[in-house]
Design a protein around this ligand. Structure first.
Ligand SMILES: Cc1cc2nc3c(=O)[nH]c(=O)nc-3n(C[C@H](O)[C@H](O)[C@H](O)COP(=O)(O)O)c2cc1C
Length: 170
């Protein structure tokens, strides 16, 4: 069993995917990890679209090519379901979706899969391509699969600031 810091450290953004499909049982584990994620007031506003059929992949390709990954999860949030209390001052669908996506990304690592989290896409075009309901906003794409033989982490993977740059003890 890998300890959590070792698991977190072994994950890197994979941008070179082999053709090998993601086994069904691993997809189920990844989705289950997302289901277990905490959400504000337990509203569970996440809406996850599994993109892997040829037809869905072709639609995605028009909006955002995802490094030829064999499977992509479009992680969305239904803003009409998410916690949106005046006291918070904002709708928490994106925060909830981020936690769900993080759970899934790290479970993918635990399953021996690679992943990359993608935000650089036109959310409105994606919503139109997949005919999403009006209140369902796509926040991130999580591309999943196995690495090609020559796949390497980018130099950014090892560039992390020391804790004193990002943590203030008061
Ligand atoms: C919120 C967020 C958005 C990101 N968007 C993209 C993206 O659009 N395309 C991409 O190739 N990588 C994207 N990444 C991956 C980051 O570039 C990557 O995590 C960072 O450079 C650190 O590298 P590492 O993941 O290999 O450790 C994103 C990551 C996060 C957390």
């Amino acid at each position: 069993m890998m300890d959590f810091l070792a698991l977190a450290g072994s994950r890197y953004s994979m941008r070179s995917f082999a053709d090998t499909p993601v086994p069904e049982e691993l997809l189920e584990k990844v989705l289950e990890a997302g289901r277990l994620a905490p959400t504000a007031m337990n509203r569970q506003p996440q809406r996850i679209y599994v993109i892997r059929s040829r037809e869905a992949m072709e639609k995605l390709q028009q909006v955002k090519p995802c490094y030829n990954a064999p499977l992509v999860l479009a992680v969305c949030g239904d803003t009409s379901v998410a916690c949106d209390r005046p006291v918070v001052g904002r709708n928490l669908a994106e925060m909830d979706a981020s936690i769900v996506a993080t759970h899934m990304m790290l479970e993918a690592t635990a399953c021996g899969l690679g992943s990359v989290w993608i935000c650089a896409f036109d959310t409105e075009r994606l919503a139109r391509a997949f005919d999403l309901p009006d209140t369902t906003v796509p926040y991130m794409l999580l591309a999943l699969g196995y690495p090609t033989e020559d796949c390497q982490p980018s130099p950014r993977h090892t560039q992390r600031f020391p804790l004193e740059d990002t943590v203030t003890v008061l």
